[in-house]
Ligand binder design. Structure first.
Ligand SMILES: Nc1ncnc2c1ncn2[C@@H]1O[C@H](COP(=O)(O)OP(=O)(O)OP(=O)(O)O)[C@@H](O)[C@H]1O
Length: 278
């Protein structure tokens, strides 16, 4: 297994925000964590990365107990793309990507030509090699996000954890990034990402983990989790999930918009509404 989270609980002070969370993600697969704001996705990722210490339970990454790994070893196992954040330092794009090579370098050692080539290859892969010598602070939020994806690629870790990697991206860049993510998975890496878009999880993920108020309420294939019942229960509202293109995609639509006077999806037994199918 790439990630194996077992009975994980975590508290900020006396407030427990993750409660007995368990799930696993097989090698070479893409896991999407869905959950409302404040449900604990970032905290869960920080525990997986070893940045927060759980009060109970444990996390294994690629067969290693994360709590027992050195920082350098953790970086070889897992790369991390945090949620969009303000860029404080005025680094060039290529320097941000080169930071991924830190695990190969000793203290105060400069990157070698091979590291620069690796950084440029990663930028090319996400289609922004032309931005290599621009300042990070002069990029749009979406471009900055692509740089962070390139940095994770350059780190060459076996697994990548991405906290809402497409939250700042327009439709085109969202698709470009998720196609890159899918390609990385198809090459054998494992990726765990969070998203607020159940439709995106359905399209790209192999496994979906639904987190509500710090608890896993369902985990399984996208077809089993991204349903009218599943999405409605997760977000506490009536949502109709309709298959599109022979169920290759699913559309999530608030029931209040499309059928305000009818029985709501939360009261329906059907897992996927057939209405609205293309
Ligand atoms: N540093 C902190 N100290 C105390 N409580 C925190 C801290 N960070 C997060 N929390 C609380 O922990 C809970 C989970 O927060 P977390 O950021 O993990 O949720 P999330 O699912 O990632 O949210 P979002 O989708 O809004 O990013 C929330 O109730 C939040 O208020």
């Amino acid at each position: 297994m790439s990630f194996e989270v077992s009975h994980l609980s975590f508290s900020y002070g006396k407030r427990e925000v993750l409660h007995d969370v368990s799930f696993s993600l097989p090698n070479g697969s893409l896991g999407a964590v869905l959950g409302p704001n404040g449900s604990g996705k970032t905290t869960l990722f920080r525990c997986i990365l070893g940045l927060c210490s759980p009060s109970s339970g444990n996390v294994c990454a690629n067969g290693h107990d994360v709590a027992g790994l050195s920082v350098r070893r953790r970086a070889k196992e897992m790369a991390y793309i945090p949620q969009a954040h303000a860029i404080v330092f005025d680094y060039e794009v290529v320097d941000v990507v080169l930071m991924a090579c830190g695990t190969d370098l000793g203290m105060l050692r400069s990157p070698l030509r091979q590291h620069e080539e690796r950084a440029m290859a990663a930028l090319e892969r996400v289609g922004i090699a032309d931005l290599a010598h621009r300042s990070m602070r002069q990029l749009s939020g979406g471009q900055q996000q692509l740089v962070l994806v390139a940095r994770a690629i350059a780190q060459d870790a076996r697994s990548i954890v991405m906290d809402e990697p497409t939250s700042a991206l327009d439709f085109g860049n969202t698709v470009r990034v998720l196609e890159q993510v899918r390609a990385l998975v198809d090459e054998g890496r494992s990726i765990l990402l969070s998203t607020h878009q159940p439709e995106q999880a359905y399209l790209y993920a192999d496994r979906v983990i639904a987190l509500s108020d710090g608890r896993v309420i369902s985990v399984g294939s996208p077809a089993d989790v991204v349903t009218s019942r599943g999405v409605s229960d997760l977000y506490g509202m009536d949502v109709l999930v309709s298959p599109l293109f022979d169920d290759r995609a699913r559309a999530c639509v608030p029931a209040s918009i499309v059928m305000p006077s009818k029985l709501t999806s939360r009261k329906q037994d059907s897992r996927v509404s057939g209405e609205g199918e293309d």
